[in-house]
Design a protein. Structure first.
Length: 265
């Protein structure tokens, strides 16, 4: 039976130290004694009183759910400021996705690269900070300061005219409800499909419509429950120059598509 790990004690200590306050100063701000704060921080108080939870939540401007369930020391300074500004993942509702990230020595978010050999493992480890820490990490100039970015490899011809084998840089989508129709995304799916690069439309029926850039590939739908993450397209890197479509190439793609259909039948 899996049990939910509780981070309350570590979070209270982390948030106090982040504010560079002593236990005496923090206890005074909370309106409690230093010995009680020490007991809360050290985990001696296994079941904090509701008034203590509410008091800490109001003081640190972070929801009780996040104080209990999220290991705040693993969140970047940018994300912490977003929580304090009122974009708390739990206060805003369950449709917002919690994202595990890694940070560098300056507490800035890394951009992880998901190599082809790690694609299958990503489905199991996308929420595991240890798995993410094992991935290649780097930074690129001129990326927006807000948002979390990752780079994904692409395979197949469904993303043409973006060349096959391009490396796609995407921004994490936390709230799917605000995603515009036909937004180009890397979609992380459960099961054998792993990643797909599609135009995404969230439908009212609890499904997501996935459309390829290459019109030779038919659109299809998947249940929302089958989608683990959405990463909206930002840019891509490739060693190839996209070729202009011509009649011969279109015929070639049609033959290739027919061959694929015959192999599947």
């Amino acid at each position: 039976m899996n049990t939910q790990k509780v981070f309350f004690s570590a979070n209270i200590k982390f948030l106090r130290e982040r504010k560079k306050l002593s236990q005496e100063m923090m206890a005074e701000s909370l309106g409690i004694g230093r010995s009680k704060l020490n007991a809360l921080e050290s985990g001696q108080t296994k079941a904090p009183q509701p008034e203590d939870l509410i008091n800490c939540s109001n003081t640190f401007k972070i929801s009780i759910d996040s104080l209990l369930k999220v290991e705040l020391s693993r969140i970047s300074e940018l994300k912490l400021r977003e929580l304090e500004a009122g974009t708390d993942i739990y206060l805003q509702g369950g449709h917002l996705r919690v994202l595990a990230i890694t940070v560098d020595k300056d507490n800035k978010e890394n951009m992880e690269y998901i190599p082809v050999k790690a694609k299958a493992g990503y489905q199991a480890g996308y929420k595991d900070p240890e798995f993410l820490a094992s991935l290649p990490r780097f930074s690129l100039p001129n990326l927006p300061e807000s948002g979390t970015f990752r780079m994904f490899p692409t395979t197949g011809a469904s993303m043409l005219p973006i060349p096959e084998g391009a490396e796609v840089i995407c921004r994490f989508v936390a709230d799917w409800q605000h995603l515009k129709a036909r937004s180009l995304c890397i979609v992380v799916l459960k099961g054998e499909q792993e990643f797909v690069f599609k135009q995404v439309t969230l439908e009212k029926e609890g499904t997501i419509l996935l459309e390829s850039l290459n019109k030779l590939f038919q659109p299809y739908r998947v249940p929302v429950a089958e989608v683990l993450e959405l990463w909206q397209f930002h840019s891509y890197q490739s060693q190839e120059i996209p070729e202009q479509e011509n009649d011969l190439m279109e015929i070639k793609h049609m033959i290739s598509s027919l061959q694929n259909q015959l192999l599947k039948s």
